[in-house]
Design a protein around this ligand. Structure first.
Ligand code: ZN
Length: 179
């Protein structure tokens, strides 16, 4: 049973930790707005204290709904430190807005060997024009050059869904260069 507790809890931003001592695993769930009010210092010092006992870091960014440049800067700084404590991390979920930023600033995903899990992809329906998002495994998507966008159907009218963005722009995060 993982031990779950709040590392940060404000009305606009929160970070929940799930520590599984037996599995030497730590999961951090971020939600809300990554902006100038998102304080990551406590999360960083907690992680630093866990670096001997934790072997795998899992990061859930599926509920990050807003980011701005102070937040992006703070995130890049935070990840730069924390990923070295644990020799990398696995991004379990990445929200649409987080991915928009990560396509502009590749440092937001850190080491090129950090693994990506579920990505929130924006779609619109060719039939009824409904906008929606779908969770797709990064491994399913392939590379930016050979993108394999899975076929999905509209939940309302069953017409095929199309990407609601420019393909080469939205999926730039897939072409992280090794550093
Ligand atoms: Zn539709």
């Amino acid at each position: 049973m993982p031990l779950t507790f709040a590392l940060v809890k404000t009305p606009s931003f929160s970070v929940q930790a799930e520590a599984d001592i037996a599995a030497s695993e730590l999961r951090l769930r971020f939600s809300g707005s990554l902006d100038e009010n998102a304080d990551l210092r406590k999360v960083q010092s907690y992680c630093e204290g866990q670096k001997e006992s934790v072997k795998a870091l899992r990061v859930d960014l599926g509920e990050i709904r807003y980011l701005n440049s102070p937040g992006v800067r703070a995130w890049i700084q935070f990840l730069g430190r924390v990923q070295s404590f644990f020799h990398g991390c696995f991004f379990e979920r990445l929200s649409e807005n987080f991915l928009h930023s990560a396509s502009s600033y590749s440092e937001m995903l850190g080491f090129s060997f950090n693994l990506l899990g579920l990505c929130e992809i924006p779609f619109y329906c060719a039939g009824c024009a409904e906008r929606t998002t779908e969770w797709v495994e990064a491994a399913e998507l392939g590379t930016l050059e050979e993108l394999r966008l899975p076929a999905r159907a509209c939940g309302k009218c069953q017409a095929p869904l199309r990407l609601d963005d420019f393909e080469r722009q939205f999926f730039r995060f897939l072409s992280r260069s090794p550093r």
